[in-house]
Design a protein around this ligand. Structure first.
Ligand code: ZN
Length: 152
């Protein structure tokens, strides 16, 4: 069993990102954007990025929905900003594993604040809310690839 003080600490971190979202608002000079939705909960997320080569130079989002969806996308932008595409996809895979109950992924500190969402993996209907941020990230990185004629 997870101890109660840790759970409330995690809930506070989720609410803190929900109330004070990081990197929120349309990015004026973006190279790609993606919009994803979770109709079950009514969550909406749009992500904008500016790539410098393979590096995510800037990333912002806008959205609407439950605290889990909006906190996770805020945390995601903080985590992947400044990283290259393959690192960001690796983190998306790690987070997806954590949400599907992988203990190895849960104990990996590279997910930063997003580790606060691991408790959500116990509530199947809310997993979609948490994964929405990385669906958007995969989309926005994928759309950047399609725009590259050498991307194959
Ligand atoms: Zn939701």
């Amino acid at each position: 069993m997870t101890d109660a003080p840790l759970i409330s600490l995690y809930q506070e971190l989720i609410l803190e990102h929900y109330r004070n979202p990081r990197n929120k608002g349309e990015l004026a000079e973006h190279t790609a954007e993606a919009h994803v939705a979770n109709p079950i909960c009514g969550d909406q997320v749009t992500v904008w990025i500016r790539l410098d080569g393979d590096r995510i130079e800037e990333i912002t989002f806008d959205g609407d929905g439950c605290a889990i969806s909006q906190a996770s996308v805020s945390m995601m932008t903080v985590l992947v900003k400044g990283r290259d595409r393959s690192e960001a996809i690796g983190l998306a895979d790690l987070f997806t594993d954590m949400m599907h109950g992988s203990e190895e992924a849960s104990s990996d500190r590279s997910l930063g604040d997003l580790r606060a969402l691991q408790g959500v993996s116990k509530f199947p209907v809310r997993i979609r809310c948490a994964l929405l941020a990385f669906d958007a990230l995969r989309d926005v990185l994928g759309s950047g690839l399609e725009a590259d004629p050498t991307g194959g």
